[in-house]
Design a protein around this ligand. Structure first.
Ligand code: FAD
Length: 472
């Protein structure tokens, strides 16, 4: 008997539901498969840094599986349609009797899986899918009226209530397969996709590194998180997003680790604030399933389709390159360009700037982020953009517009973050750093830094007018 684990966004051996189920029968031979789909990745705009991280994660999980006597093979096909054909050919070649896989929730991925199940059924191969990348399966956290929540806070409360009744279990890594040759590693082929190196000190690849970071974060930093999480100059967040996005880590592992260190986390302990972020992740994934149009970049709020966005390549370019003349926005965009990662507060500020100060279509920003982020994830990215653009469910109200200078004064008071990323401003004192040109004018200084490309007050008014016109 041969069992196949079809790995996709679940590149780990601990707490992997499909892998665990495939290994339950001690008599079965277990093998694993990963199918690279560079054409599909291109369509989805996967960031070259994420591709490189994926490549490292694949090698890591292959080594870990090999130690358990499970060989991981790799196939390549351009897109998802081709992936189903590759899967079928592979099953035939290896005489697979049962296939185990973990669900993905985006529409193209779900269509692929429906197609795969159909073909497997036709070939009399049993197949079983698992809700693995979430605390709870989509559709199981519902309002009294049996609908998906449209607002986060009651969703979060419902999740907490469920967690207080029963925790989703973490399953162990499989034991080594009896009688299977250990350390067998079929050749892996580097993806035929642009890959780009990333900072391996900030994002060390592999499951061990992810677990180590999680353990360390859940000890002290998680308690300091409520005070530090909004300050980009500090290393106050977990930086676990890349592992969660690619399934190198599961949200259940996060939950259990926090509870091990902070048993009161579900009862409003300081560590709860972090857990609530994991629930945001959950919320956006559940939303994708309830409203698949979100995957197609449709706004949640219908009237926002009528907004007349500006077209301005010069502004767009300045935003992308971190040359807008707003230091906090520029520091953020340069962090993104250099690291492929951006602090959450800055994602909010820079997204708001694109939409509300430049009045450019949020979808342009959404695509740019996905193409840059090492932790790019459709659900979280779309959720974040629709929040910032006021087009989403439970989004920022359209008339509440971030003032980038005030945000900067609040969250980077001493200008430390700005100076790190915008060295042109390193000699500007704290009281001038948030609006350096005003400071320079007063003090008759010259700055080698662009003047603001828009004036916030006027831009705000223009945006309010555009939203109001669309609404009426
Ligand atoms: P922590 O603060 O330590 O949070 C822990 C985990 O919770 C994160 O790793 C992440 O998995 C999850 N999480 C935290 N905040 C959110 C949130 N607002 N929504 C959903 N999940 C969350 N996150 C991504 O993983 N991928 C994206 O592509 C992405 N794009 C974003 C775009 C915009 C415009 C905005 C405003 C937010 C976006 N986020 C995205 C959410 C958030 O910014 C990142 O998850 C976070 O900055 C990652 O850093 P961390 O791991 O240190 O987070």
């Amino acid at each position: 008997k041969t069992h196949l684990v079809w790995l996709r966004n679940d590149l780990r051996i601990h707490d992997n539901y499909a892998l665990h189920a495939a290994c339950r029968d001690a008599q079965a031979k277990v093998i694993a498969l990963f199918i690279a789909t560079p054409g599909q990745w291109q369509k989805h705009g996967m960031a070259p840094r994420q591709a490189e991280f994926l490549w490292h994660s694949l090698q890591d999980v292959q080594a870990a599986l090999a130690q358990k006597g499970i060989a991981l093979y790799q196939e390549t096909s351009s897109d998802f349609a081709g992936a189903v054909e590759s899967l079928m050919a592979f099953c035939k070649k290896h005489h697979v009797e049962r296939v185990f896989y973990n669900y993905q929730y985006e529409v193209n991925e779900r269509d692929r899986d429906v197609q795969a199940e159909r073909e497997l059924n036709k070939a009399d191969i049993e197949v079983q899918g698992f809700d693995d990348s979430l605390l709870f399966a989509p559709g199981t956290i519902q309002t009294g009226g049996q609908a998906m929540y449209k607002v986060f806070t009651p969703f979060s409360k419902a999740v907490i209530k469920r967690l207080q009744q029963e925790l989703p279990v973490c399953v162990n890594a499989p034991a080594a397969r009896e009688g299977a040759p250990l350390a067998r590693k079929p050749a892996l082929k580097k993806f035929d996709y642009p890959c780009q190196g990333y900072d391996q000190t900030l994002f060390p690849a592999g499951e061990d590194a992810a677990l180590k970071r999680l353990r360390q974060f859940c000890k002290t930093p998680v308690g300091e998180y409520p005070d530090r999480r909004d300050i980009p100059a500090q290393d106050g967040t977990s930086r676990l997003s890349v592992y969660l996005a690619l399934g190198v880590l599961s949200p259940r592992q996060c939950l259990h680790r926090v509870l091990a260190e902070h048993p009161q986390a579900l009862d409003g302990d300081r560590a709860f604030v972090w857990l609530n972020e994991i629930i945001w992740r959950e919320f956006y994934r559940h939303l994708l399933v309830a409203w698949p149009a979100l995957c197609k970049h449709q706004p949640f709020v219908d009237w926002t389709r009528n907004i007349r966005w500006q077209k301005n390549d010069r502004h767009l370019q300045a935003w992308r390159e971190g040359q807008t003349g707003y230091p906090i926005v520029d520091a953020a965009m340069r962090q993104l360009k250099t690291l492929g990662w951006m602090h959450n507060r800055l994602r909010m500020i820079s997204a708001s700037f694109l939409v509300k100060d430049l009045l450019l279509d949020w979808r342009i920003g959404e695509r740019h982020f996905i193409e840059q982020l090492i932790d790019g994830d459709l659900a979280a990215n779309n959720g974040g953009w629709q929040w910032a653009a006021s087009t989403g469910t439970d989004a920022a109200p359209y008339f509440r517009i971030f003032n980038p200078t005030t945000q900067s004064e609040r969250f980077d008071a001493g200008g430390d973050f700005i100076r790190r990323w915008v060295p042109e401003l390193k000699d500007v004192p704290d009281n001038g750093i948030h609006a350096p040109h005003e400071w320079a004018k007063k003090n008759q200084q010259k700055l080698a830094y662009p003047a603001p490309i828009v004036e916030h007050k006027a831009a705000r008014k223009q945006t309010l007018d555009a939203f109001e016109a669309a609404k009426n």
